[in-house]
Design a protein around this ligand. Sequence first.
Ligand code: ARG
Length: 595
Amino acid sequence: MERVKASFKAKLESALPGQEIIVERPKSAELGDFAFPCFRAAKALGKNPAQLAQELASQLSLEGAEILAAGPYLNLKLQGETRARLMLEALVAHPAFGSAQPHDETVLVEYSSPNIAKLFTIGHLRSTMIGHTLAQVNRYLGCRVWRLNHLGDWGTQFGTLLAAYKRWAETDNPALDQDFAWAEEIPEKRRTPLYRLFQLYVRFHQEEEAQPDMRAEARTWFKKLEGGDAEARRLWAWFREVSLKEFQRIYDRLGVSFDAMDGEAFYEDKLANAIDTLKAANLLEPGDGGAQIVRLEDRGIQTPSIMLKADGTSIYATRDLAAALYRRDTYHFDRCLYVVGSDQILHFQQLFAVLAKLDPWFEGRMSHTPFGMVKLPEGKMSTRKGNVVFLEDVLDEAVARVLAIIDEKNPELHDKARVAEQLGMGAVVFFDALNDRVKPITFTWDRVIALDGDTGPYVQYAHARICSVLRKAGGDWAAMAQPMASSEAALPFPSQAVPASLQGLDHPSAQALLFELAGLPDALRTVQRENMATALARQLLAIAKAFSAFYTHCPILWAENAPEVRDARLTLSLATARALRQGLFLMGIQAPEEM
Ligand code: ARG
């Protein structure tokens, strides 16, 4: 396919010397496989785009294809047989369809980055899974990827936590969860040290409303922590440890891992140097109330970036500055992606502007992937106020709903619990990826855990249905749908020969399925370009739907099929199963073979 695209492009280049040629994917299979929009070239040549398309159509030809004008577009449409052969060769003779050779491009993906001593909420899922997908897709496309977790393990909230802990925790013994009298309504799974810390934190903020002088207590504790006070440090280290233990449990469940977990505290000893660099570049100025700021008006940003508070202490932005300088020197990256909610857009604009002023090397390398925050119908989620939806509850509920359906529809299914886990997670993670809006998402249980319609389980179901057909086909078919190994970045599949005759794929529904499969590599490129997972989720849905139509119109194992028709259709089904499984895998979603 890539070769056809390249020759189409080459022909256009020689027909239109000096013009930039961008070949796109048409909206549907009927239009063809590749499209060239004539607008730009027509304008440059002083022609009407439709007229140019006509001229090119009569001038150009390619074996095995038609070149046709459709309004202002010039479309290349392969003959069915050629399309089927090219696609199936790419899909089943290759171990990882749409992947690219490793090359020298280093991409940092920073994601998840939860704050210590808080519980994982549904809000954290977005950064975690979008980030995971970006890391996976970039690796699949041959980049060297570093997965970074910028843990929120430093800052004034630790003063609050220390003060709360000193006030109310009966003992500072790390086993504090063990002999604690938990309120009855706290479910068993929540009775962890981390949850105690979370309760203390919420309580402090509640009581503080009536007693504002409690704030001073929190400030004092943060000063102690920053100053290296032994007790404060010891407790902080313990808070961090119990938090990480809980986070790890969630990461294991989600199948997510990191190459570095250098949190904000890691940059403590690098802050002075970062500030010195700003001073040396003459960028630091006194601002309102004694703070030290960097002005950014020359970069079109009216709000200056505060780098030091009036009392000389660092803030979130200072630590991000130090982190970026450290990453430049450590990883020599080409791109650094920050997968962080849209409430931090200004923060990252400021950060990138400061960096670019400091060192032009940063220009064009930094990007923020903002995504819509998850809110509750009654408003913003706030850990402080205690009105949050915990991620674990959402996952558990999704799994329970799936299990209830399995019990009703397929009670004999073996390994029910595992399949329910995979489908429940699939529902939640896929929903999240499909949403590309920067606008907030309103959380309702039925929305986030939908199991019908455009959902992860729909795609998973298509995969499982194909596996069932392949099992019934006998021979090696089912084995060929199994990955050979589970490498971290891709599922490599065994190579399968493409049958000599592909007549069984003449039907428009088979051709439409081939067209959607061909869209997968483009979708991966879009994910890489836009730093969003949405294009991949959409393409997997399109493939699953196209398969469903093919399955309806083209019986696969039908007794009266000629053997070559059966083989061609089985090969297309196999290719589809692999593509779906690979795509889901890149999103961190498992594909059960039976459901
Ligand atoms: N810990 C922060 C939060 O929960 C997110 C950190 C994002 N990354 C960064 N480099 N600032 O809001």
